[in-house]
Every structure is written in structure tokens, then in C-alpha cells.
Design a binder for this molecule. Structure first.
Ligand code: EPZ
Length: 432
């Protein structure tokens, strides 16, 4: 693990290409298990979650070659249907393999994913849908054992438009007998991307991106060559970096339509933006304006994954803003740290009231989750003096060489590796 040392006061300026989407590539890597010939993926993000997921595929018997951001995977050699528990504990999103393993073998064994820094993260909607499709589920000693004699297409009505549950259903339904219809499905761009990949491998999916998705199961699926979409959250984070430092940025390899709510809110705080087909130019205002209220919510609402970063921007707006976090119950851990930097934020339950201040003062802060730690770095870019942000491992999960990207855009930031260990449960550090 390590810490970021940020010297504030240097406006973000320049041009950057967005990397491949973390939340797009992970379900696609699981989907590769359903194919019987080589898959080539381009524009993969070189982040720790990507490498951990490749480790899972290797542990299942897949053959993998990688050249930079292109990875070639042959799942026809895969012969295992269970995932080692220590990997699941390292990365809870490995639960996405359940649907793929069931689709491939008719059985799966995955360790129960723990909660994480932003909430309990239950998987009841995943398991309920699997049972409706004919899967028998037993959980024992922290493992989930799934078996099924035959997977049948059914009508599924999700109690909540869960991204992961929708993805797991798409993976399993692609190889089910008959037709599956998912109502109240998640509409995120990552769902569209997964469906595009699966269809390129021979699946029959329509309606992805809407609340109603129809999947006609197929017997076999083949490989394909596919380019991962840009990461809309990395792009939004870099736009916020320019906004909070009074800078300007020209982002390439982005899909503005996938970031509409983020762009509308950046416009509301006073940023001037010009959009192209796959690019966005943003110039920050001299003085940031507040917003009345932002509710995070399922797509196309304002993304919860942009909540901490937008909050950092609003700490310097001339007026009071409100953010209500409706998706995750513990996604405000960056607020105490922002207040240490001089922000004026008051929390009532799931609602934060942000009173803009003139300046932030650099100091030592602790990151406690992926997007919250990125938000602290953004605040440090603008704060007076030096800000030290602990727990770089969170950022390294979801942003490829974040400090190099920001340095290339004019920031003064460096990553300092340290032998310290951080105990999440006790929120303590031990220096080795
Ligand atoms: C995905 O998580 C993303 N992760 C998250 O990004 C993102 O914040 C989230 O979708 C919402 O957009 C990946 O794609 C790897 P959900 P996921 O299932 O699938 C409740 C980041 O920072 N729920 O849509 O876990 C759940 O508790 C990460 O990149 C159930 O109650 O999100 C939460 O309140 C963080 N039961 C809400 O639904 C279930 O079975 C949304 O969860 C599943 C979910």
C-alpha cells in the first residue's frame, strides 16, 4: 500500500484519453467463461481489479496471454467450477462469476463476498433470480454452492435494478433453455456493453439499456474480438479535477451520452463544456456555483460512483449544496476527511449539506474506499500546501496510474509506497 503526496494550487490543464471501464471489463471477463474459442479484448484498464480477475480465470483453467491493454483468453481449457475464497474476499465483485460458472457447468461454488467499505453489499437479488431459473443454492461455512439439473428461461422481476444481479442474470440466461425476460433491470452503460459482448459471442439479447431485457438462451457461444468502452467514472473524476482546480481539460475516448447527469451537474456549477462524438472539452469557472440537491440513483440518475468527487467540487462552491446518497448506506466516509481539509459539511442520515468555503488547507487524510479516496486527492489538488492521502490501494483498484495521469495534466502529485498495513475493520495503521 502507499500514500499520495499532493501539492495544491496547480490547475489541471491538458489532454487525456480515458482508459477502459473497470465496471465494464469485469463482467465481460466473467462472460468469457461461456465461450468455446479465443476471445481478444482491447483497451483493458491496467488496474488491480483487472489483474485479480485474470487470476480467477487462470485458477479456473483458462489460458491467458496479455500484451499491454490487449488480453487473449481461451476458456475452452477451463475445467473448474469453484473460485478460491481468498480471491473473493479481495474482490467482492468476483460474485459475477456465479452466473458464468452456472452457465458453463451447471454448478458453481463461490465464497460469500464480504461487505465492503461502502456497505453490506447483499446478493439476495442474485440468488433469488438464480432460484427462479432452477438453481439449487446451499450456503455453508461461508461458501455458496449452486447446482442445477437444467437452467430454464423465466420471467424475473428485480425488486431493485441491481447492476450486478442484472449482469449475473444475463450471463446465466444466455445459456438457459428458452426465453428469460428481466423486468426492472439495471440500465447502466455497463449492461449495454456486456450485452454487446455476449451477442458478439452468439448470445441473443435485446433491450439492454432499458428496464426490460429479453434473453433467448443458446446452446453454444464462440469467441470474438472486442474493445472495452471508456470508463465513464474515470472520465467524470478527471472532469471534476479540472473543475475543482479552476483548470481546463480535453478528454478523448469518452462517451458523453453515458455521463449525462455528471455533465449536467458540472454545467450547473459553472463549467463551460464542448462535446464531440467521443470527446469532451471542459473549462472551469473562476467561481464555482452550488447545486440545489443531487440524488444519486440507478442509471440514468446521478451515479453514486461520482458522489464523492462531485462533493469535493461543491466544498468550494459559493453557496450551499445538498447531496442525498440513495444507493449505498455507507458512502460518506470521505466527509470527515474533507472536513479535516477545511470543508464545511453537515450530515443528516443519507443526506450531506455542503456549505462552500473559500479555500481548503492541505493536511494528512485517510482514504477508506475507492471513490472517496479519489475525492480526497481532488480536494488536495486545490488545497493550500501539501495534502497526504493514505491508502493508495483503494485508488489503484479502479484508476490506472492515477498519479501519472494527474501529473501529465499539470498536477503536483506523487505516489509513495509504504510498508504500512491498514486494518479496515479497526481503521488503524501498523508500520512494518
Ligand atoms: C456496481 O456494484 C458497481 N460495481 C459499483 O461500482 C456501483 O456503485 C454500483 O454497481 C451501482 O451503480 C461493479 O460494477 C464492479 P448494485 P453492484 O447491485 O453491482 C443493493 C465502484 O466504485 N443490492 O446495483 O454491487 C445494494 O446493497 C463500484 O466502481 C441488494 O440489496 O451494485 C445497493 O444498495 C462501487 N441486493 C444497491 O442494491 C442485491 O442482491 C445497488 O447495488 C444486490 C444489490
Amino acid at each position: 500500500m502507499g500514500r499520495y503526496r499532493v501539492e495544491g494550487g496547480y490547475p489541471i490543464a491538458g489532454e487525456m484519453e480515458t482508459k477502459g471501464s473497470k465496471n465494464g471489463v469485469l463482467p465481460i471477463l466473467a462472460a468469457v467463461l461461456l465461450t468455446e474459442s479465443e476471445v481478444i479484448l482491447h483497451h483493458c484498464p491496467l488496474i488491480s481489479d483487472f489483474f485479480l480477475t485474470l487470476e480467477i480465470l487462470k485458477s479456473l483453467g483458462c489460458r491467458i496471454k496479455r500484451d499491454g491493454r490487449t488480453v487473449i483468453i481461451d476458456a475452452s481449457f477451463a475445467d473448474k467450477s469453484s473460485i478460491e475464497n481468498e480471491i473473493v474476499q479481495k474482490m467482492r465483485s468476483s460474485i459475477i462469476f456465479m452466473g458464468a460458472l452456472l452457465g458453463k457447468y451447471g454448478e458453481a461454488c463461490v465464497g460469500y463476498p464480504g461487505g465492503c467499505e461502502i456497505g453490506v453489499r447483499p446478493i439476495d437479488l442474485h440468488l433469488k433470480a438464480f432460484r427462479e431459473m432452477g438453481v439449487t443454492i446451499r450456503d455453508e461455512k461461508g461458501f455458496i454452492y449452486c447446482t442445477s439439473k437444467s437452467i430454464n428461461g423465466v420471467k424475473i422481476n428485480l425488486d431493485y435494478p441491481s447492476v450486478g444481479a442484472t449482469e449475473n442474470i444475463l450471463l446465466l440466461a444466455s445459456k438457459a433453455k428458452g426465453q428469460t425476460i428481466v423486468y426492472n433491470a439495471a440500465c447502466e452503460p455497463e449492461i449495454v456493453q456486456l450485452a454487446e459482448f455476449l451477442n458478439a459471442c452468439g448470445a441473443k439479447i435485446t433491450g439492454a439499456g432499458t428496464e426490460c431485457i429479453v434473453i433467448d438462451g443458446v446452446q453454444r457461444m464462440h469467441g470474438t474480438e472486442f474493445t472495452i468502452f471508456p470508463d465513464r467514472i474515470e472520465a467524470g473524476t478527471l472532469l471534476c479535477a479540472a473543475a475543482i482546480t479552476g483548470g481546463e481539460i480535453h478528454l478523448k475516448k469518452v462517451k458523453p451520452d453515458d455521463m449525462r447527469q455528471t455533465l449536467l451537474r458540472l454545467d450547473e456549477v459553472g463549467c463551460k463544456m464542448i462535446e464531440g462524438q467521443n470527446e469532451i472539452y471542459l473549462k472551469a469557472p473562476r467561481v464555482l456555483r452550488p447545486v440545489d440537491i443531487i440524488y444519486t440513483g440507478p442509471y440514468p440518475n446521478f451515479p453514486t460512483d461520482m458522489q464523492p468527487q462531485m462533493m469535493s467540487v461543491l466544498t468550494l462552491a459559493r453557496g450551499t449544496s445538498i447531496i442525498s446518497e440513495t444507493v449505498f448506506e455507507a458512502r460518506f466516509k470521505h466527509i470527515a476527511e474533507l472536513c479535516r481539509l477545511g470543508a464545511d459539511i453537515h450530515v443528516e442520515g443519507q443526506t450531506a449539506v455542503i456549505k462552500g468555503v473559500k479555500k481548503l488547507q492541505g493536511c494528512h487524510v485517510i482514504g477508506r474506499d475507492l471513490r472517496g479516496t479519489a475525492a480526497l486527492i481532488l480536494a488536495g489538488l486545490s488545497a493550500e500546501g501539501e495534502t497526504v492521502v493514505e491508502n493508495s490501494q483503494y485508488v489503484e483498484r479502479g484508476y490506472e496510474e492515477f498519479e501519472k495521469t494527474l501529473t501529465a495534466l499539470g498536477a503536483k502529485i506523487r505516489l509513495e509506497k509504504s510498508g504500512d498495513r491498514y486494518n479496515e475493520k479497526e481503521d488503524t495503521f501498523t508500520t512494518r
